[in-house]
Design a protein around this ligand. Structure first.
Ligand SMILES: Cc1ncc(C[n+]2csc(CCOP(=O)(O)OP(=O)(O)O)c2C)c(N)n1
Length: 642
């Protein structure tokens, strides 16, 4: 029963509680989070790890006058519960319910919309700079994990903050984990707290040894004077102090009293301060403490056992699994193939490569930009790097793709998982811009498989292609087709006709080829004969086939799970325009020019017209509009042919 939590309607209510009540409240919050996530799914372990930290911050700072910014925002559940969203918490990540991430539209206590990592310090620095220039009151706190601290953007912000010397508190939430165990030199550096402890022991031993003689006593006094500098050489503070931050820590992150005391002390320290807090990811729920990676983000599960609720009934393998397996297979056959991930070995499926061929697997930390240019370097020397990054996170590396890979046409393969609508994580995570942002880059080949079998062939094709190539596939399970053993190279820029039909042609890309086939079957039942074409490539497009289908039926429907602006359908319109097909009627089905909120993939697809029924209706309207003359679809007006 949540007795204390029920009395917390805003963070101000926390200041009425005793230390014991705050600790009891932490327990109630944990229970609520575990129960809700066990039913709805979500980011469990990150949120459980920061319950005391959240309470202490909201106890010491006056939100929203003081601004607390949660990096990534996947750990903000306790924050949501005490900032007026307790009653709606059971709608977490459900359509029309509260988001799994901070959202300005949801609460005045959510300062920044987040989902991508390592933005908190930059935004916090911007806020504090604005407050001081505008002569407004308020402290600014950025809470960032040790995983998110591995990104270049975090260091760009620290560097700038040290220079500007504005009042700013950065809380480093150090749980030694990213989604998987944190990697890299910074992570080892932060772990020097062990060395520091060792240093204290060594110091005590040395002191008692030297103090046994008068000479020794004198030596000890000299050494003691340099104690501070010796200590700073052995603690993580050194790095942040070099960046002009006042370093405080490490602080035990589950002791509310220590946390409150620390924040009260640093609250009025001028200039940038970094408070290093040690937490346990998954704290308070044994299965999550034991396997923080598995409980980082997950679907509904059974609280007693920690096991996923969905019975593992035979379902087709996910695209991610097929990608991972194919990578291992191809890498075994070709020693030049390497795999690169930016902190997502499990999410991308590259874990399979890590386990099979660890020397050819590279986790670079949350560093998508670096991952791409790192791959470029490898490609220059003759390796065949495959960079596996979710579509949404690859947005970070747009310039590196253009400048470091495509400009010289280097053979780097981009494996873009989570292309399209991802569902419950919402707008920060939908991978709906990639077809647009990749197809405009010279030298780039862009493809999307219709099913998991074609994914294998596409990966093989991309690796054999002597230039940059991207393979984009969705979140979720394949369609259940059998997998060819023999991999083959697909002819680049050639589409595949799956069904003939003279009334209209449906051109689809990616898994919506399947939607198109189902729609065509239904149309056939209703007397309309639709051709179905698996485009396979968004770039280069099969211009000849586009021309032929335009001539044959004069009506084209395109389907893509990407924004319509600049996407696959637009590419077809461009070709038709260039070829002078002025009377072809085109209807593009895809995502509108607005951000799509969270909800299940199925519901969201229906909402935007990317389901079989909607496709059937669009096709019927198109055919009907011709017979009745009721034309409301865009027509192609060709450019003058020169
Ligand atoms: C730019 C970007 N890349 C990858 C991710 C996926 N991601 C979400 S949380 C996370 C790990 C964050 O680790 P940390 O900051 O230490 O927080 P913790 O989960 O350990 O609390 C990653 C890699 C992301 N959100 N943003």
């Amino acid at each position: 029963m949540s007795c204390i939590l029920n009395s917390i309607n805003s963070p101000d209510d926390l200041r009425k509680l005793s230390e014991k009540e705050l600790n009891d409240l932490a327990g109630e919050i944990r229970k609520t989070i575990v129960t809700t996530v066990s039913e709805k799914g979500g980011h469990l372990a990150p949120s459980l790890g920061v319950v005391e930290l959240t309470l202490a911050l909201h106890y010491c700072f006056e939100s929203p006058k003081d601004k607390i910014i949660w990096d990534v925002g996947h750990q903000s559940y306790a924050h949501k519960l005490i900032t007026g969203r307790r009653d709606r918490f059971s709608t977490l990540r459900q359509q029309d319910g509260i988001s799994g991430f901070p959202k300005r539209a949801e609460s005045k206590h959510d300062i920044l919309d987040t989902g991508h990592s390592s933005t908190s310090i930059s935004a916090a620095l911007g806020l504090t700079t604005a407050l001081s220039l505008l002569d407004k009151e308020g402290k600014v706190v950025a809470v960032i994990g040790d995983g998110s601290m591995t990104a270049g953007m975090a260091f760009e912000a620290l560097n700038n903050a040290g220079h500007l010397r504005k009042d700013l508190i950065v809380v480093l939430n150090d749980n030694e984990m990213s989604i998987s165990p944190n990697v890299g030199a910074l992570s080892s550096f932060l772990s020097r707290k062990l060395t520091s402890r060792l240093a204290t022991r060594l110091k005590t031993d040395l002191e008692s040894f030297l103090k046994r003689s008068e000479v020794g006593e004198n030596i000890w006094q000299v050494l003691k004077k340099s104690e501070d500098s010796l200590k700073s050489l052995l603690t993580p503070g050194m790095l942040f102090e070099a960046l002009q931050f006042e370093y405080v820590g490490p602080i035990p992150g589950h002791h509310i009293d220590t946390l409150i005391e620390t924040f009260e002390n640093v609250k009025n320290v001028p200039g940038p301060v970094l408070v290093h807090v040690l937490t346990k990811k998954g704290k308070g729920y044994a299965p999550a403490e034991k396997h923080p990676d598995l409980f980082h983000g997950l679907g509904p599960f059974d609280i007693a056992t920690g096991k996923p609720k969905k019975s593992p009934s035979p379902r087709p393998p996910s695209y991610t699994e097929i990608f991972g397996q194919t990578m291992v297979r191809l890498a075994r056959e070709d020693s030049k193939i390497v795999g690169i991930t930016a902190a997502m070995p499990a999410g991308t499926g590259l874990k399979a490569l890590q386990e099979s061929l660890p020397e050819r697997f590279f986790d670079v930390g949350i560093a998508e930009q670096h991952a791409v240019t790192f791959a470029a370097g490898m490609a220059i020397e003759g390796l065949k790097p495959v960079v596996a990054i979710y579509s949404t996170f690859l947005q970070r590396a747009f310039d590196q793709i253009i400048h470091d890979v495509c400009l010289t046409g280097l053979p780097v393969v981009f494996a873009l998982d989570r292309g399209g609508l991802v569902g419950d994580d919402g707008p920060t995570h939908h991978g709906v811009f990639d077809l647009s942002y990749l197809r405009m880059i010279p030298n780039m080949v862009v493809m999307a498989p219709k099913d998991e079998n074609e994914l294998q062939h596409m990966l093989y094709t991309a690796i054999r292609h002597d230039g940059p190539a991207a393979v984009r596939y969705p979140r979720g399970n394949g369609v259940g087709v059998s997998l060819d053993w023999q991999l083959r190279e697909l002819p680049i820029g050639r589409a595949e006709v799956l069904k003939e039909g003279q009334d209209l042609s449906i051109w689809a890309i990616g898994h919506h080829v399947h939607t198109a086939l189902l729609a065509a079957e239904e149309l056939e039942r209703q007397g309309i004969k639709a051709a179905v074409i698996n485009a396979r490539f968004v770039k280069p497009l099969d211009e000849d086939l586009i021309g032929k289908t335009a001539e044959k039926c004069g009506k084209i429907v395109t389907i893509e799970e990407n924004v319509l602006l600049g996407g696959f359908g637009s590419a077809i319109l461009e070709i038709l325009s260039e070829k002078g097909f002025c009377d072809v009627m085109v209807r593009r089905i895809g995502l509108p020019d607005r951000f799509i909120e969270h909800g299940s993939q199925q519901l969201l697809r229906k909402q935007v017209g990317l389901d079989v029924d909607s496709v059937v209706n669009t096709c019927k309207q198109m055919v009907k509009s011709v017979t009745t003359g009721d034309v409301d679809t865009p027509r192609v007006h060709p450019l003058p042919i020169q």
